[in-house]
Write a protein that binds this ligand. Sequence first.
Ligand code: SAH
Length: 217
Amino acid sequence: MNVPLRGIGMTSQRTRERLIQRLRDEGVRDQRVLDAIRETPRHIFVDEALASRAYEDTALPIGYGQTISQPFIVAVMTQTLLAGGVPRNVLEIGTGSGYQTAVLSRLVPLVHSIERLAPLFQLAHKRMRQLNCRNVRLRLGDGSQGWLEHGPYDAILVTAAPPEIPEPLLQQLAVGGRMVVPVGEQGAQELQLIQRTEQGITRERLEYVSFVPLVRG
Ligand code: SAH
């Protein structure tokens, strides 16, 4: 059975509106981001058995030991990327369910996203088609190498945590570009904002977070 796109019951417009209000209460200010989250049906990115919990502000399992990110974290990361102006070309590492990818696709002209697990990659691909996200390019592979052919990127968003930022990602960040990335070992990760200026790289620490690890290879 296909889960309907528009949503009924616990996936209704009212349930979604409650999530938006909660994100506002937690300090998310960017109206563009709130609108994109409101318009993105999160219940189609989780297993049917979890669809009734899709609009809770919590991470949920998506199989293979991975999780769909918490809406608050999606909002914070997206808001941080957009704070310097709308990036034209975005690279995302860790497609997972494709939820963050779909939110981004409503806000920027072009999204490239890489996932290393084939079943998740395939499901995400199907959902992008279902939602008619035409400005998204997906790739199966190791995101720590970036995606050289389509770079440099105005924004890079990493949704799995490396112990250190992979060098190829720093190299593929355009001058004036911004990268949001959780860095560190499990249990002690911090979200960082990396910016490339004419002079070099700057690094800002944002907040403590909990992501699945970025796996090499
Ligand atoms: N934004 C996603 C988060 C998924 S969790 C969502 O909201 O659904 C992080 C994802 O990163 C997992 O799917 C995991 O398989 C993937 N991942 C981990 N290491 C990776 C790597 N080196 N390259 C690409 N994807 C990776």
